[in-house]
Design a protein around this ligand. Structure first.
Ligand code: NAD
Ligand code: WQD
Length: 341
């Protein structure tokens, strides 16, 4: 089975390509390299021994996307990761986000429909739940007014896919990720943020590496046991494996509805200080940090109820927080060595 992975040279996409290849799927990657590098294709080939096909273009370009589907008539399914994802940037440049994330999705769904490719796995986000009323968060929790244009693109994308499922034989699985961190055990692929990282894990590893002077901890007055905000961090390899499981469910015809939704998290929430302590425990290093004001738009605490994914998909996140932080550190060391060379 040939599978298109959009955004396949990106962080989660590259880990998923590895898992797909190791499960026997033939992968074609489409990525415009706006937030990743072509070297990732080599790294994937080094891990799996199989070089995925790679096409570099912007999915927001409708005619190029249409052409792609004509060039690859044997595609059986699509996993759609390609999107811009920086929440803060989406607030200052909303049109970039609406254009990129929604045009890409529309072009892709149109190409799939025109070429009778009817299986889609889509990268959604726990951001659709906003500040949840109840914890843990199940799939039936209400979708709240989006806190950013980025979050809104995920909500609108889910609606576009829903509507397409109503009028055709299109099948979709929407995966709502919580907070992916960590890197592949080979340390050949991982997260490579451009510029100053917004997210906690790469900020910690860059601080440990001496690239950043100290970590700012945003808020210590939340209603949580240690006062810092809580998230459900999930190892990116566990997350990647869930895509293979979802795809197999779809291809085996096991879906109960044309459109299914799964939360992908561990079910355990950790505070910012828990993550720092885990990093310090596994590396023996100290992370200098300063307590700052809360970051605008941050939710206080959110973690998943992953029961549906555990029971229906038969998937469970296996890796511990210590494994996540250690793998992130191994990857940071490789990246820093590469950047110095
Ligand atoms: P990433 O930026 O590492 O990967 C996205 C890839 O898509 C990049 O390689 C980029 O070059 C490519 N891309 C972007 N726009 C494109 C376009 N128009 N045409 C072709 N390629 C394009 O991001 P990631 O962390 O791997 O995220 C993957 C998906 O998961 C995204 O949809 C993101 O919104 C979603 N998601 C991520 C997180 C997270 O914390 N990382 C959490 C929830 C959901
Ligand atoms: C985690 C915690 C910060 C950096 C974001 C997106 C979300 C989803 C995942 C895509 C928070 C704190 C962070 C720092 C800190 N992405 N922090 N100092 O905000 O939960 O989620 O990524 O869909 O949509 O919003 O992740 O890693 O940025 O923050 O104290 O330098 O770490 O305040 O409590 P977040 P994060």
């Amino acid at each position: 089975m040939q599978v298109l992975v959009t955004g396949g040279t990106g962080y989660i996409g590259s880990h998923t390509v590895v898992e797909l290849q190791q499960s026997g799927f033939e992968v074609v990657i489409v990525d415009d390299l706006s937030n990743s590098s072509a070297d990732v294709v080599d790294s994937i080939a080094s891990i799996t021994g199989i070089r995925p096909q790679f096409e570099k273009f912007d999915l927001a370009d409708g005619s190029r996307t249409h052409q792609f589907f004509s060039d690859y008539p044997d595609l059986g399914a699509v996993i759609h990761f390609a999107a811009c994802k920086a929440v803060g940037e989406s607030v200052t440049n909303p049109l970039k986000y609406y254009r990129n994330n929604l045009f890409s999705l529309i072009n892709l769904v149109r190409g799939m429909t025109d070429h009778q490719v009817s299986n889609l796995v889509f990268s959604s986000s726990c951001t659709v739940y906003g500040n949840p009323d109840q914890l843990p968060v199940g799939e039936n929790a209400p979708v709240k007014q989006a806190l950013s244009p980025y979050g809104n693109t995920k909500q609108i994308a889910e609606e576009i896919i829903d509507d397409q499922c109503k009028v055709s034989s299109f099948r979709a699985i929407l995966l709502r990720y919580f907070n992916p961190i960590g890197a592949h055990e080979s340390a050949l692929i991982g997260e490579q943020p451009l510029g100053v990282p917004n997210n906690l894990m790469p900020y910690i590893t860059q601080t440990a590496m001496g690239i950043r002077d100290h970590l700012n901890v945003f808020g210590s007055d939340y209603h949580t046991p240690d006062g810092t905000a809580i998230r459900d961090y999930i190892h990116v390899v566990d997350l990647a494996k869930a895509h293979v499981t979802a795809l197999e469910r779809m291809l085996k015809g096991e879906m109960k509805e044309q459109r299914e939704i799964f939360n992908l998290g561990t079910g355990t929430g950790y505070s910012v200080l828990d993550v720092i302590r885990s990093f310090e425990r596994v590396t023996g290093m100290k992370i200098p940090y300063r307590i700052m004001d809360r970051r605008p738009g941050d939710v206080e605490q959110v973690w998943a109820d992953p029961k549906k994914a555990n029971e229906v998909l038969g998937w469970k996140a296996m890796r511990t927080l210590d494994e996540m932080t250690l793998s992130a550190w191994k990857w940071e060391q490789v990246v820093s060595r590469k950047n110095k060379a």
